[in-house]
Design a protein around this ligand. Structure first.
Ligand code: IMP
Length: 193
């Protein structure tokens, strides 16, 4: 079974394909010629994931899914949340976002946070949602060069390192996106019987 994944990110595609195994062939929307940015105008991760999945469903009428991820920081009332990609402003870099978080968290002792991913899957017109979550804390300074986004300041619960210090395999094993995609694949295995 082929499934279209709303992404142009090769790392995300590789991660999802390694979870999907050989039963499901994932095709990136970019490889099918979708070069436009699908506008994420939703107020929640779920709405944004659905907007992207629906866009592909309407365009291709084939099984497809999309994900949306946010970092929720308790002391910041869940921010940056749905605004994680552009927290420091339109066109900002990952480093700008990280610096903004560190500044806002300066002197705050409650450092609890989580990465949350929502996946929206459409195989027959009706969307199905899957959630993945990793609890952790925001560090005082950046550590590590791997990964992307907020990885250098996010330490998963039970680990001594930030996500930016983990190998790709280690991060994928525990990641919010990995958990959500695993749930989706388990659902598809049932549905495909
Ligand atoms: P997206 O929905 O996957 O595009 O993620 C939105 C934003 O959340 C990204 O621009 C990153 O800043 C952040 N983000 C998503 N996934 C991760 C991750 O695995 N580690 C660190 N930051 C992430």
């Amino acid at each position: 079974m082929e499934i279209i994944f709303a992404t142009a990110n090769r790392h995300k595609l590789k991660e999802a394909q390694s979870i999907a195994g050989t039963e499901f062939q994932l095709l990136s929307s970019a490889s099918l010629g979708v070069t436009e940015d699908i506008e994420e105008t939703g107020a929640t991760l779920k709405e944004n994931a659905l907007i992207k999945a629906k866009y592909l469903w309407e365009k291709f009428g084939r099984p497809c899914f999309a994900d949306d991820t946010g970092l929720e920081i308790d002391a910041l009332e869940g921010r940056p949340g749905v605004y994680s990609a552009r927290y420091a402003g339109e066109g900002c870099s990952f480093a700008d976002n990280v610096q903004k978080v560190l500044k806002e968290m300066n002197g705050i002792t409650n450092r609890g946070a989580r990465f949350k991913t929502i996946v929206a899957l459409i195989t027959d017109g009706t969307p199905h949602f899957f959630e993945g979550c990793v609890e952790g804390t925001i560090t005082e300074t950046t550590s590590g060069e791997k990964g992307f986004g907020y990885d250098p300041v996010f330490k998963p619960a039970g680990y001594d390192t930030t996500m930016a210090e983990m190998s790709e395999e280690e991060k994928n094993r525990i990641s919010h996106r990995g958990i959500a995609v695993t749930k989706m694949i388990e659902y598809l295995r049932q549905y495909n019987k």
